[in-house]
Design a protein around this ligand. Structure first.
Ligand SMILES: [Zn+2]
Length: 472
C-alpha cells in the first residue's frame, strides 16, 4: 500500500494538558477532544486549533461527542459542592447539555436516557443534527468571538469562512454504550445503527466531511461470540466513512488471549473501513502493521495512558511513570532502575552509574532522553517522580534529594516520543522481526528476580494474538 501511514492520535483530556500538547506537537497526528472539554473550554481549544493546525494539513482534530454519558451512571455527571454539600451537574456537562438539548437534558432531573426517549425519526434527526453541528462549528463559533477572525481574514483573504483545517477531520454520529449485561443492549444497538445512518445523510448534505460511527463495548462482549456477531453484522453494513472503537477498560497488558483474539475477530468482521482504536497500546499499534492491517490509527491519553474505563466520564488520576520501551509498558521508576541494572545498562559500581551508550542502543534514544541523560546514567534519576528516592542495595542505600519539577514533563515527553518511535518502527519493520523482538525482551527480562511470575506474559500473548491474524 503506497503512502500507508497509520494515524497517531492523542486524547485531549483536560485544560491542564494544553501546554504539553503544544510543546509535543510534532509527536502526534490527530487530537481527539472530549465533548465536555470541547464545550467547556471552547475558547482555549479554538485558539489552539487556529494557531497550531492552521498550516498543517497533515494534522487535525476531532471531537468525541460522548453521548453515552447520559445513558448510565449519571450520578457521575454531578459534583458535590465543598462548601454547601449541594449536588449539581458538573459545569462542563451542563455546557454540553445546553448544546444537545432534549432528551439528554432529562439528566438534570436525575433521570438517564433510554432508547424509548428517541421514539421517532424526527426526534432522532433533530438530536443528531445538534450533535453534528456542535462538532462542526465549535472552532468557527469562537473565531467569530475573538480577534482570530481578523487574523484569518488577513492570512486567507478570500476563504477565511471555510478553512478545512479548522473543521474536525471527521464527525462522530451520536452513539451509546453497548454491554450485553444490559437487557436493553440490542435496543441501543439498533438506535446506534439508526443514528449512524441519519448522520451519514445529514453530514453528506450539510457538512461535506467524513462521518464515523463510534463503537463503545463492554469487555464481556469480546468473549461472547453471539453478541460479537450481532455487532459485526450490523456495523459492517453501515455506509459511514470509518469507525472509532473503545473497549471499556481493555488493558492490553492484562488482557487474556481470549479477550485479545475476540478483539481481533471483531476487527476482522468490521474490516473494510478505517478503524481507530480510541485507547490502545503497542499491541494496537502492531495491529496497524501492513501485514495485519486491522487498525488505521491508535489513540492514547497523555498520562492516563492506554486503557480507560467508560465510566466515570472524562476523569481519572494521572500518574507519572517511566515508559520502558523494550517492554512497551509504563512502570514505576524503581522498577525501571532495577531492570536497567539487571540488563547491564546501569552499573552502580561505576562512576555516575556508567556511560549511557548502552541505554541509547538498547532502550531509548528519543530527544528527551538525550537531553536529560546526556552521557552518564546517573541522570536517569530525572525520571523519578517522588520527592525522594532511595534504592536499597546489599551494603548501601543510594539517596538523592528531591527531583526537579521537570520530572513529570520528562516522563511525559519521553512517553510521547516513544509512541511516535513505535508507530514509525511498526510502519518500517517486517512483522516477523517485531514479534521476534517481543520474544527477545521476554527471554531477557522474564528471569529477572525483581519481576513477579507471569508479569511479562503479555509479551507472548501479544505475539500469539498477532500470529493468528498473520496466519489467515
Ligand atoms: Zn526516551
Amino acid at each position: 500500500m503506497a503512502n500507508y501511514k497509520p494515524i497517531h492520535i492523542l486524547r485531549y483530556g483536560t485544560v491542564a494538558e494544553k501546554v504539553h500538547l503544544e510543546k509535543a506537537f510534532s509527536a502526534y497526528d490527530y487530537l481527539s477532544i472530549n465533548g465536555n472539554t470541547a464545550a467547556f473550554v471552547s475558547n482555549a481549544i479554538s485558539r489552539f486549533v487556529v494557531e497550531k493546525f492552521f498550516s498543517r494539513k497533515d494534522k487535525g482534530f476531532f471531537i468525541d461527542p460522548i453521548t453515552y454519558a447520559f445513558q448510565n451512571k449519571i450520578e457521575l455527571l454531578y459534583s458535590v459542592s465543598k462548601t454547601s454539600g449541594e449536588k449539581r451537574i458538573k459545569k462542563s456537562v451542563e455546557k454540553l447539555i445546553e448544546r444537545y438539548g432534549s432528551p439528554v437534558d432529562k439528566v438534570i432531573t436525575g433521570m438517564p436516557v433510554f432508547p424509548t426517549d428517541f421514539p421517532d425519526q424526527s426526534t432522532r434527526k433533530a438530536f443528531a443534527e445538534r450533535i453534528l453541528s456542535f462538532q462542526y462549528d465549535l472552532v468557527y463559533e469562537h473565531i467569530k468571538n475573538q480577534d482570530l477572525q481578523k487574523y484569518l481574514d488577513y492570512v486567507t483573504p478570500n476563504q477565511a469562512k471555510n478553512i478545512p483545517q479548522l473543521r474536525p477531520k471527521f464527525l462522530i454520529a451520536p452513539y451509546f454504550y453497548l454491554d450485553n449485561q444490559d437487557p436493553l443492549w440490542e435496543d441501543w444497538l439498533e438506535l446506534n445503527i439508526d443514528f449512524a445512518g441519519i448522520s451519514v445523510l445529514q453530514t453528506k448534505a450539510d457538512y461535506h466531511l467524513p462521518v464515523f460511527a463510534q463503537l463503545v463495548l463492554s469487555k464481556s462482549m469480546l468473549l461472547d461470540e453471539g453478541s460479537l456477531q450481532k455487532i459485526i453484522s450490523r456495523y459492517s453494513k453501515l455506509n459511514c466513512d470509518g469507525l472509532t472503537i473503545w473497549i471499556d477498560d481493555l488493558n492490553e497488558h492484562e488482557a487474556s488471549f481470549s479477550e485479545l483474539s475476540g478483539f481481533i475477530r471483531l476487527l476482522e468482521g468490521l474490516k473494510g473501513k478505517p478503524i481507530y482504536n480510541m485507547y490502545g497500546g503497542y499491541f494496537s499499534i502492531l495491529l496497524t502493521h501492513k501485514s495485519i492491517n486491522l487498525l488505521s490509527g491508535v489513540s492514547h491519553g497523555l498520562e492516563y495512558g492506554e486503557s480507560r474505563k467508560v465510566y466515570p466520564v472524562g476523569g481519572g488520576i494521572p500518574v507519572s511513570k517511566y515508559y520502558y520501551m523494550p517492554l512497551h509498558q509504563r512502570i514505576d521508576f524503581t522498577k525501571a532502575f532495577y531492570l536497567l541494572e539487571y540488563s547491564g545498562v546501569i552499573d552502580t559500581t561505576k562512576d555516575n552509574w556508567g556511560s549511557s551508550d548502552k541505554y541509547y542502543r538498547d532502550i531509548c534514544r528519543c530527544s528527551q532522553c538525550q537531553k536529560i541523560i546526556k552521557k552518564e546514567m546517573i541522570n536517569f534519576v530525572e525520571f523519578e517522580s517522588r520527592e525522594f528516592y532511595e534504592i536499597h542495595k546489599k551494603n548501601q542505600v543510594l539517596r538523592r534529594k528531591k527531583a526537579s519539577s521537570d520530572t513529570k514533563e520528562n516522563c511525559l515527553y519521553h512517553y510521547l516520543l516513544c509512541k511516535k518511535i513505535e508507530f514509525t518502527k511498526v510502519r518500517e519493520t517486517e512483522l516477523d522481526q517485531l514479534l521476534e523482538e517481543l520474544k527477545k525482551s521476554l527471554a531477557l527480562y522474564n528471569v529477572c528476580d525483581y519481576l513477579k511470575e507471569g508479569e511479562l506474559d503479555f509479551l507472548s500473548t501479544w505475539e500469539s494474538a498477532c500470529r493468528i491474524v498473520e496466519g489467515n
